[in-house]
Design a protein around this ligand. Structure first.
Ligand code: FES
Length: 191
C-alpha cells in the first residue's frame, strides 16, 4: 500500500517529461498553427512516431481542431502513428530498385526478423521493416536505408548481414551496460 504513491509519482513524472519535450518543440516553432508540419516532424524525430495523446496536446496548444492535426498526420506517409522499432529499415521498392530485385531483399529481411507486411515491427521493438517509394538514389539500386544510412547494390544476403551486424552491436552494448554494475561487487570482495 505504501509503495503506491511512488508508482503513481513515477508514472506522472514520465508523463510530465513527455509533455515537457513537446512543449520545448512547440516553443521552438513559436506555437503557430502554420508551423504544424515542422512541429510534427520534430515530435516524430523525438519519439520515432506520433503518439495520439501528443497529437491531441499539440492541437490544444496551437488552438486548432484535433481533426486538422490528425488529418495532417495521416495524410503524409512520412508520419507514423504506430511506434517503430529502435532500428528502422527502409527497403526501396521504386521502379529501379524493383527491377533490380528489391523484393527478395524484403523477403530475406522478413524471414530473418520474423516480420511481415502486416507486422512490420519485431515484438522486442528492435527492428521495423518498411517499403518506400524511390529514395532518389536509383544509381545505387537496389537501395536499403537503415537508420538513415544508405546502402546501395544490396543483396538479400548482404541485407541479412547488415541485420546481424546490428544484432552484434546491440549485444555488445548490452554487455557494456551490464559490466559496470557487476564491477563494484568484485571490488568490494577484495576489500
Ligand atoms: S527506385 Fe530505389 S532509389 Fe530510386
Amino acid at each position: 500500500m505504501a509503495s503506491m504513491p511512488n508508482v503513481v509519482d513515477r508514472t506522472e513524472n514520465v508523463e510530465i517529461q513527455k509533455f515537457e519535450k513537446v512543449c520545448c518543440i512547440l516553443n521552438r516553432f513559436g506555437r503557430r498553427p502554420s508551423g504544424l508540419i515542422p512541429i510534427l516532424q520534430a515530435i516524430q524525430h523525438e519519439y520515432q512516431y506520433l503518439p495520439e495523446e501528443v497529437l491531441t496536446y499539440v492541437a490544444t496548444s496551437l488552438d486548432v481542431p484535433p481533426a486538422r492535426v490528425f488529418g495532417v498526420a495521416t495524410f503524409y506517409a512520412h508520419f507514423a502513428l504506430e511506434p517503430k522499432g529502435k532500428h528502422v529499415i527502409r527497403v526501396c521498392d521504386g521502379t529501379a530498385c524493383h527491377v533490380k530485385q528489391s523484393l527478395p531483399i524484403l523477403e530475406a529481411l522478413h524471414k530473418t526478423l520474423g516480420t511481415s507486411e502486416k507486422n512490420k515491427t519485431t515484438p522486442d521493438m528492435m527492428f521495423t521493416v518498411e517499403t518506400v517509394a524511390c529514395l532518389g538514389a536509383c544509381g545505387l539500386a537496389p537501395v536499403v536505408v537503415i537508420d538513415e544510412q544508405v546502402h546501395g547494390q544490396v543483396t538479400p544476403q548482404g541485407a541479412v548481414g547488415l541485420i546481424n551486424d546490428i544484432r552484434a552491436m546491440e549485444a555488445l552494448q548490452k554487455t557494456a551496460v551490464a559490466t559496470p554494475a557487476e564491477q563494484p561487487a568484485t571490488e568490494e570482495s577484495h576489500v
